[in-house]
Design a protein around this ligand. Structure first.
Ligand code: CP
Length: 302
């Protein structure tokens, strides 16, 4: 039976840990010809820099070949071809499909249609599971553990798919504490809070965080997702609501690390970049090793 990665909950905690081990191996030895003779389809119906390029780097370092598109305007979707037909056909061409799509649920639908494994590279405001696995790897590398961590999620918690997947993954570990910092219109959706309540896990909601920032182990900043707003006036009201500045990190824990899935707009001041607690660019680098590990796991290459 084929294995897909559509939601982070498609993998078990044991699989997360296996991916972490594999990512470490790939970080130590990135060039391995495990995908030689295989073709990976990379279908990006929505813009991307990191996810697409780190997947392509991961595939190249594994010796595989890539077909696909970075811009759906260059595909026959512009002629009215359905997602069903595109996926049905591409699954005849490639051994595995990596797909980003603006519609929530599009990746699950693609997996149902496809004869080959599908990896969700982000579907609307829903899930971004490969980002979560590289986030877990980044947290493990910087904290030495995934249990007993105080995680601050800051910004657009409503539309930010990365925080949805990360919350679900971290809830598999022991005693996480979640602090959600968002303006009222961008709060964490109820379904995710209910998920924590059902597991008996603690979460707190705030509109400000300067007075509690000293408690954080991880500060996960997010961009306000302009592309998901139907009303541009609503976006303007909240676009710069949180800007992390270097001086705000003065009394934070020595182990705290600033994560951000990127791209950043204004939510992290550039004066933070030189701070040892800033980890977002290394986090993006970790995406290569983690995506090598994900492909390897799904295709049973090791
Ligand atoms: N983190 C992330 O998904 O970045 P891109 O949109 O550039 O792929």
């Amino acid at each position: 039976m084929k294995k897909d990665l559509i939601s982070i909950t498609d993998f078990s905690k044991e699989e997360y840990l296996k991916i972490m081990e594999l990512a470490k191996e790939f970080e130590e030895n990135p060039n391995q010809d495990l995908l030689k003779g295989k073709v990976v389809a990379s279908l990006f119906f929505e813009p991307s820099t990191r996810t697409r390029l780190s997947f392509e780097t991961a595939i190249s370092r594994l010796g595989g070949r890539i077909v696909g598109f970075a811009d759906p305007d260059s595909s026959s979707a512009t002629k009215g071809e359905t997602l069903h037909d595109t996926i049905k056909m591409v699954s005849n061409y490639a051994d595995i499909i990596v797909m980003r799509h603006p519609l929530e649920g599009a990746a699950r639908y693609a997996a149902e249609v496809s004869d080959v494994p599908v990896i969700n590279a982000g579907d609307g405001a829903n899930q971004h599971p490969t980002q979560t696995l590289l986030d877990l790897y980044s947290i493990l590398k910087t904290q030495g553990r995934l249990d007993n961590l105080n995680i601050f999620m800051v910004g657009d918690l409503k539309y930010g798919r990365t925080v949805h997947s990360l919350l679900q993954a971290m809830s598999e570990f022991e005693n996480p504490i979640f602090n959600f910092i968002a303006p009222s219109i961008l709060q964490m959706p109820k379904a995710y809070k209910l998920h924590l309540e059902q597991k008996g896990m603690k979460y707190f909601e705030h509109e400000l965080f300067t007075d509690i920032i000293s408690e954080a182990d991880i500060i996960y900043m997010t961009r306000v997702q302009k592309e998901r707003f139907s009303d541009p006036i609503e976006y303007e009201k909240v676009k710069d609501v949180y800007i992390l500045k270097n001086e705000m990190l003065e009394n934070t824990k020595p182990n705290v690390r600033i994560l951000h899935p990127l791209p950043r707009v204004n939510e992290i001041s550039t004066d933070v970049d030189a701070n040892d607690k800033a980890y977002y660019f290394t986090q993006a680098l970790n995406g290569i090793y983690t995506r090598q590990a994900i492909i390897s796991h799904i295709m049973n290459l090791k």
